[in-house]
Design a protein around this ligand. Structure first.
Ligand code: ADP
Length: 408
């Protein structure tokens, strides 16, 4: 079964065409369309070859139409893909599922309306996901099976003590203001991979995972289930990220709005787009570039941004060690977690008193793109690097739901 996996953002679109047969997954084509809204950049990889081109693409709908045409043109290079009829389903990453969605679902008109209802909880994310769903209905026809896979769903198992904010209870009852958590699809993939690599049962799966990419979060997992996570009602809470502040005293918002003459919406955009590594360094949100800036120019604020990023993550590690109980492994994933030996070292070295024995040699020799153990062999708590793969998880869920509830 060929599944088109889509991750639609406000100005970018990531996709994979995956053949899933129940035993294995094979990526037939993949790519990225960036800078949608202007002269977009299109990267398309088919049969190991990547092509790059530009095209004026006004919105998500035009970008998806462009993508489908490009796949049709290349059909003779994609095994098992002759025409659009060979796309058997579409799996969408949907950022916010609110309290309603605790697992992936086949999209019906009623489900679509409920995803629209979640927009007020994720005004920066869900609208693009909805546009992606609508565009695919137009392009592939109303009978195409589409599945929504929610970033929030994995955290539905969190206890109320972890998800309720200490606000007047009515703010939860009336407006559903609470912590939901995100990156759930990545955490599901990484925790399942950890169990298969280590032979750990669900019952014994007590771990902490860091997903460190452009967005960053951590999760505390007990008996295979999320019991706490660092992102909250929206992805802004928690760790320092590429452009997001993470944890912040809410009183700062009013002061900023008053002193800078900003609306609350403008402050919100500042916390999400101009803060984090970018805000502190004033240079870039990209960890690799920040590290280069420190190496080449000893830039003080670039160094400070890296230090604050790692210190915040280390604090969360300490608190989740207390939340989970005896922890078996701390796992790094995401672009930074998988590739930055420096960041992994700054977060987990010198924690022998907590049973975490970091191994410098194993950390620096970790092969990029692979899974490995970077703690000392005698360490009571393992430290691991596991490459995440949200797209494969979305493809698996999509196939499972289409086979369970086939269209008549
Ligand atoms: P997204 O969250 O958009 O999927 P990624 O998971 O790809 O993003 O992570 C992007 C981040 O990973 C960027 O900050 C990038 O600089 C960082 N990164 C990638 N490779 C390296 C590396 N070798 N060293 C340090 N950081 C890296």
């Amino acid at each position: 079964m060929n599944i088109l996996v889509l991750n639609t953002g406000s100005s970018s679109l990531k996709f994979q065409l995956v053949c899933v047969d129940g035993k294995s997954e094979n990526v037939l084509a993949s790519g990225l369309i960036d800078r949608i809204g202007g002269e977009a950049l299109i990267h398309l990889t088919v049969a190991g070859k990547t092509s790059k081109q530009t095209a004026p693409l006004r919105d998500i709908s035009q970008a998806l139409a462009h993508l489908i045409k490009a796949l049709q043109k290349l059909h003779d290079q994609i095994p098992g893909f002759q025409s659009l009829a060979d796309i058997h389903g579409v799996g969408h990453r949907v950022v916010h599922g609110g309290e309603r969605f605790q697992s992936s679902v086949l999209i019906t008109p009623a489900i679509q309306a409920s995803i629209v209802d979640c927009i007020e909880l994720a005004p920066l994310h869900n609208p693009s996901n909805i546009k992606g769903i609508e565009a695919m209905q137009e392009i592939l026809g109303p009978n195409i099976s589409q599945v929504a896979v929610f970033d929030t769903a994995f955290h539905a198992t969190m206890p109320e003590t972890a998800w309720l904010y200490a606000l007047p209870y009515s703010s939860y009852r009336r407006h559903k203001i609470r912590r939901y958590g995100f990156h759930g699809t990545s955490y599901r993939y990484v925790s399942e991979k950890y169990r298969s690599l280590s032979g750990t049962s669900l019952k014994d799966c007590n771990i902490i995972i860091f997903h460190l990419g452009n967005g960053c979060s951590a999760v505390a997992i007990r008996e295979g289930r999320s019991i706490d996570t660092s992102m909250g009602m929206t992805p802004t809470e928690g760790l320092v990220m590429g452009t997001r502040s993470g944890d912040l005293d809410p009183a700062a918002l009013e002061l900023l709005a008053t002193k800078e003459g900003m609306t609350l919406n403008e402050v919100q955009i500042m916390l999400n787009r101009n803060s984090g590594l970018l805000g502190i360094s004033g240079i870039t949100s990209d960890m690799r570039d920040l590290v280069a800036e420190v190496d080449e120019h000893q830039d003080r604020r670039a160094q400070l941004a890296i230090d604050i990023f790692c210190y915040r993550a280390r604090k969360y590690l300490g608190s989740y060690m207390a939340a989970v109980g005896p922890v078996k492994a701390v796992i790094f994933s995401g672009g930074i977690g998988e590739n930055s030996a420096l960041v992994r070292e700054k977060i987990t070295s010198g924690l022998e008193h907590m049973g975490i024995n970091f191994d410098t040699e194993r950390n620096t020799s970790h092969p990029q793109g692979k899974d490995s153990i970077i703690s000392k062999p005698e360490s009571p708590v393992e430290i691991r690097v596991i490459a995440t793969n949200e797209e494969i998880m979305i493809a698996r869920d999509t196939r499972f739901l289409i086979e369970r509830e086939p269209k008549l």
